[in-house]
Design a binder for this molecule. Structure first.
Ligand SMILES: *Cc1c(COP(=O)(O)O)cnc(C)c1O
Length: 388
């Protein structure tokens, strides 16, 4: 083994010692919010397929139709061989859904955040970047790739953000604020009204990640930023969660999108998304805006689970959405609880550091419109029994 490879081995040994070692386990999603693993069927509380769209016939059909008609791959970057009418049409549809002037599709949400932030900051290397402490790893990665120092405010603490903005008011350079509308590990929401007012007062550019709100919250499921048209400079989200397929969008002004087409390496040097992916996105955008009944049901399931957990004395933090954490504390105990749930036929992911801060390991329970009230009760009863 080379000296370099032995470093990898040492790194994995340290991860094992912290009970943070991960493996890829085979599992197959099936209809009705279930998952088959090791030949056993589980009730799944781990996937982000909030509306159950990943198995919807219209998405499957349009994905295969567009692949049949236009091919399996797109061949090159859109700036090299020209952009297809499919991309243009789907981006128009996204822009209309989000109430934005323009939109651009990326390969994934992770790739988008990791590429768009450094592209933006390239135009303003003197920018002061204010970030919520709990933003997604891809957003931190984008800041790191831009080599900017993040000025982090306490999670959802806008008084702290305001104090930091005031503290740095003597400094030159444009302001950028980065946050999420729904936080992926806590299931709580940012106060976007206050944030928008704050950004306006401080002449800050506001970057909002709507990965977990897109399709689920806001008018016609367009996300929480759509409650305040024009208040946000950049809104991104993924098609990989509630919209049931794959890829991501950034929506904003024509100026913003033109800038990204010209200056974002992750767009310029990456092959255009394939027809099958665009077909699935197109179908999801036809369906999701009308799924009010599913969105209502999802909200009801969340209310039910939080009430059940609270009644059992369990702590689900500030969640107000379809993501409901059960905060356990230690990584090892959380893993054991996840294992115990699995032994009773239910899957919920144990989320450990470095995904969440040390001492806040949790089960991340993800609800879906395909769950039933009895499923929630069974889960809550089992957790209450296991944790008491
Ligand atoms: C899942 C997620 C992403 C990444 O999106 P993918 O399309 O899965 O790569 C980005 N931001 C947040 C907040 C997420 O939860």
């Amino acid at each position: 083994m080379s000296t370099f490879a032995s470093r990898l081995e040492e790194a994995l040994a340290r991860i094992r010692a912290r009970s943070e070692y991960r493996t890829l386990r085979p599992a197959v999603p099936v209809l009705g919010g279930k998952l088959v693993r090791d030949g056993r069927s589980f009730l799944d509380f781990s996937s982000n397929d909030y509306l159950g769209l990943s198995q919807h016939p219209l998405l499957r059909q349009r994905a295969s139709e567009w692949a049949e008609l236009h091919g399996a791959g797109s061949g090159a970057s859109r700036l090299v061989s020209g952009t297809s009418p499919l991309h243009v049409a789907v981006e128009r549809k996204i822009a209309a859904f989000k109430g934005a002037e323009a939109a651009l599709v990326f390969a994934s949400g992770w790739q988008l955040n990791a590429a768009v932030l450094p592209a933006l900051l390239n135009a303003a290397p003197d920018a002061l970047v204010f970030t919520d402490r709990l933003i997604h790893a891809s957003l931190h990665h984008g800041c790191a790739a831009a080599a900017v120092h993040e000025i982090r405010f306490r999670h959802n603490d806008l008084a702290h953000l305001e104090a930091l903005l005031a503290q740095h008011s003597g400094k030159a350079g444009p302001r950028l604020i980065v946050t999420e509308s729904v936080f992926s590990m806590d299931g709580d929401r940012a106060d976007l009204d206050r944030l928008a007012a704050l950004a306006r007062r401080h002449d800050a550019f506001l970057y909002v990640d709507e990965a977990h709100a897109t399709g689920v919250l806001g008018p016609r499921g367009a996300g929480l930023a759509s409650n305040l048209p024009g208040a946000f400079d950049l809104v991104m989200g993924t098609f990989s969660k509630a919209l049931g397929c794959f890829g991501a969008y950034v929506a904003g002004s024509r100026l913003l999108i033109d800038y990204l087409v010209n200056c974002c390496g992750g767009f310029i040097f990456s092959t255009a998304p394939p027809p099958s992916m665009l077909g699935a996105i197109d179908a999801a955008l036809d369906l999701a805006p009308q799924m009010e009944a599913e969105r209502d049901k999802l909200a009801q399931l969340g209310v039910r689970l939080r009430a059940r957990l609270a009644a059992a004395g369990l702590h689900s933090g500030p969640s107000s959405t379809q993501i409901v954490p059960v905060i356990v504390g230690e990584a090892e105990r959380t893993l054991a609880l996840s294992g115990a749930l699995a032994s009773e036929g239910m899957l919920a992911a144990a989320i450990r550091p470095p995904t969440v801060p040390a001492g806040t390991s949790r089960l991340r329970i993800v609800l879906r419109a395909t769950h039933e009230a009895e499923d929630i009760d069974r889960l809550a009863d089992t957790l209450a029994r296991r944790l008491s």
